[in-house]
Design a binder for this molecule. Structure first.
Ligand SMILES: O=Nc1c(NC[C@H](O)[C@H](O)[C@H](O)CO)[nH]c(=O)[nH]c1=O
Length: 165
């Protein structure tokens, strides 16, 4: 029996009052598109209204931390503040150390943003050694793993609601 992975959600959270931002990188488009679709589908299944799911893009995963901060501030200025952000990126190891440096910097800074912005900033970055690993985690290989974008959508709703009372 599989021991890894996210257990069942502890309760079905009502996302109908939430406004969620999805900021995705544009590298590895096929995989990104599947992850975004999975996150959006999960958000909608938890009651988040279509008009309250705001999708924006940045060039690559390295831009996700600062892009998320700018995105958050822009939505706040517009009077439509975000309750959570899901940064989505796909990093695939190449032949140099570029991958390691971007993974490390992006991960650290996205974690820091939770505390800086005081809203949930979900870790939606795949850090894969092969294209196949990334495809499997985007639900693109039938029978192999599942679309991790769904987990990220569920985490955004739970974290935006759970401790807000
Ligand atoms: O190199 N590989 C990748 C990548 N590089 C670009 C980087 O994120 C950034 O956009 C540029 O360095 C400009 O700042 N970005 C990804 O999302 N995935 C990759 O696999």
């Amino acid at each position: 029996m599989a021991v890894k992975g996210l257990g069942a959600v502890d309760k079905k959270y009502d996302g109908s009052k939430l406004r969620i931002g999805i900021l995705h990188a544009r590298w590895n488009k096929t995989i990104i598109d599947s992850l975004v679709q999975g996150a959006v589908a999960k958000l909608e299944s938890l009651g988040v209204k279509q008009e309250n799911i705001v999708v924006e893009t940045v060039p690559g995963s390295f831009e996700l931390p600062f892009g998320s901060k700018l995105f958050f501030e822009q939505q706040k200025r517009k009077g439509t503040p975000l309750d959570a952000i899901i940064p989505i990126g796909v990093l695939i190891k190449g032949s140099t150390m570029h991958f390691e440096y971007i993974c490390d910097a992006t991960t650290t800074q996205l974690m820091k943003l939770n505390f800086d912005l005081n809203i949930p900033v979900i870790f939606g970055v795949l850090t894969c050694l092969t294209e196949e690993q990334a495809e499997a985690r985007a639900g693109l290989i039938p029978g192999k793993m599942h679309n991790h974008g769904e987990d990220w959508g569920a985490a955004a709703v739970e974290m935006a609601i759970k401790f807000s009372d």
